[in-house]
Design a protein around this ligand. Structure first.
Ligand code: TYD
Ligand code: MG
Length: 454
């Protein structure tokens, strides 16, 4: 056999050399060179090659007949939607979220909707008694529900094989460990090995497994991203713990779109689905108060109407505060600068607070104009008409830029009985004004918008 040639490749930029060097001449990073095999020759057709190829499992794509994944509904529509239309047998779903957000509650609620299926709840965090207490609180004690307070994966596997459940929940993946490994539960190697073992079990026995995962302070599922790429579906449960609403978001989904979200409300009796979020988010509106503007945000594929609230008040310290809940602070600063330049108001002696009512987070520029108008309205202490929806991205020159999904937003606004909608003039080109009962006004810049509103 010919000797394998090797080369050294920079892991940052891909620059390669014949000999190891400490600093990459291309991207200037240090210690980034790793030896790699430089194998350019292709083996000739031979008996041993034929044998190798025969043992590999190769199929003709056109010859595969079984194409429908076997799905079943969880009985919770909001969850089904995020999963892409139900749970796929043998799929591994990771559900992440801050502590106390309601992951365990959601998992337990699935069991009460799926009568006739055998459940296995592996709990490394709570005792069986605690789980029973929660189930009682939810008002439904499912039958066919096994609780296993165990973290040793070897024993968990044995129970799975013995009981043959139809649905497995592991709460949480960070507590499970493989005894073969020396490292502690929750470490990177334990997480990776435990997850791959569970994936193996799920795929072999064709059982769906939900893994609950905690989220670290910086927002990623703890135990870096390593398990995110191994599983089929990654869902994130979001929301402020002190608020009632919870949003279930798809981050990765091998069986459906990641554009969907599910909205829940945390009640005394567990999580309740919210099929019409706009009505809920607007249910506690302040009519006629200054600083409040209604806008529309697209969450997943659904438009949601939200109330943006601003409070502009004289600052009592040396420098003004800019605080935002649910809206990006950098964008807020840009909008304030544009307001100062284009509308001639000076906010350097004022604190500006922004809040998206209901604890929702919006991260799309379509609500910029609503934020700008709420600040102006609070500053002048003049209310904006409460029957008007305000939409548009604010550019640095004060121009109102086109936004996406305009028809859906108009429909939702009209459905909820709003009278007027203010939107970017450029968007008018693509919409049929006669189709809608709501009055539609296009605006070109922030000055024009202000003139029409306040
Ligand atoms: P939990 O599911 O334990 O959160 P996680 O598993 O994500 O850590 O939910 C915890 C919170 O939900 C807790 O603060 C209490 C609240 N809760 C309710 O408000 N109503 C209920 O019916 C239940 C079961 C919990
Ligand atoms: Mg929990």
């Amino acid at each position: 056999m010919a000797k394998l040639k090797t080369k050294f490749v920079c892991q940052k930029c891909g620059y390669s050399t014949a000999r190891w060097i400490g600093k990459c001449p291309e991207c200037e990073s240090w210690n980034s060179f790793v030896e790699e095999i430089q194998d350019t020759s292709v083996s000739k057709k031979s008996k041993s090659i034929e044998r190798k190829a025969d043992s590999a499992n190769i199929l003709m794509l056109s010859g595969i007949t079984e194409t429908k994944e076997m799905r079943f509904s969880t009985g919770i529509d909001e969850l089904d939607r995020v999963l892409g239309g139900g749970v796929v047998n043998g799929s591994i779903v990771l559900i992440g979220g801050d502590p106390g957000i309601g992951k365990s509650t959601l998992m337990l609620q699935i069991s009460s909707k799926l009568h006739g299926k055998k459940f296995l709840y592996v709990s490394g965090e709570e005792s069986a008694v605690q789980i029973k207490m929660r189930a009682e609180r939810l008002g439904n004690i499912p039958e066919n529900f096994y609780v296993l307070s165990e973290t040793n994966l070897e024993l968990i596997e044995a129970v799975i094989i013995q009981k043959e459940p139809d649905f497995i929940i592991v709460d949480s993946i960070q507590t499970v460990y493989r005894p073969e490994l020396e490292s502690a539960p929750g470490t990177v190697s334990q997480l990776r090995e435990s997850t791959s073992k569970l994936i193996n079990i799920g795929k072999t026995l064709n059982i769906p497994i939900f893994l609950v995962g905690h989220i670290t302070k910086d927002g990623t599922i703890a135990g870096p991203k390593i398990i995110e790429h191994m599983v089929d579906v990654v869902l994130q449960f979001e929301g402020e713990r002190t608020h009632l609403y919870r949003i279930l978001r798809g981050i990765k989904n091998r069986f459906g779109s990641t554009n969907e979200i599910g909205i829940f409300e945390m009640t005394e009796k567990g999580l309740k689905e919210v099929p019409n979020p706009s009505e809920v988010f607007l249910s506690q509106r302040n009519y006629g108060a200054s600083g409040c503007v209604i806008s529309s945000s697209i969450e997943g594929t659904r438009p949601i109407l939200i109330e943006i609230q601003a409070l502009v008040s004289p600052t009592s310290y040396g420098f003004p505060q800019r605080t935002s809940m649910g809206f990006d602070l950098k964008r807020l600063n840009i909008i304030i600068a544009v307001l100062e330049k284009k509308l001639g108001i000076f906010l350097n002696k004022y604190d500006v607070f922004i809040n998206v009512a209901g604890g929702v987070k919006v991260d799309e520029p379509a609500v910029d104009l609503a934020v700008a108008m709420s600040i102006y309205s609070s500053y002048k202490d003049v209310p904006v008409d409460s029957e008007t929806i305000v939409l548009g991205e604010v550019g640095l020159a004060g121009e109102i830029r086109t936004i996406s999904n305009i028809e859906r937003r108009i429909n939702e606004s009209a459905k909820l009985g709003f009278k007027r909608i203010l939107l970017p003039k450029n968007n008018l080109k693509y919409i049929d004004l006669k189709k809608y009962k709501i009055e539609i006004t296009g605006v070109e810049n922030i000055k024009e918008a202000q003139g029409k509103l306040i």
